[in-house]
Write a new protein. Sequence first.
Length: 119
Amino acid sequence: MDSNIDWIGIVKKEARGHNNLDLGTIQHVSNDSVTVQKGLIEKETYQFPKSLIKDFDGNVLTIKVSETELSHFKIDQYNSPTVRDQYLSTTEIDRGGGSGGGIQIEPISDDPTSVSDSS
């Protein structure tokens, strides 16, 4: 394993195995492993120990794994962020407008005893 790898910088980069095997995109890095996800609709998630990392060229992380060995590293559940979580993390809360919501402020009546019924 290349000890000069910027582990934070490899997230969202491409991962490849033996014979240029497409492993997908790096989703997460922990102290001892790298989680990779392949596919858009039918996603396959793999977790590889860092001991299998061969090198990183700045764009592609090379992992010492063949297609026949791949099933040993497949994980069934990976708690990736939901589409809603991703949307909320990239959207300004107070933008408002449109059918997406936002806060609508009703005009204040001059009569304090007046009650507005909006139903």
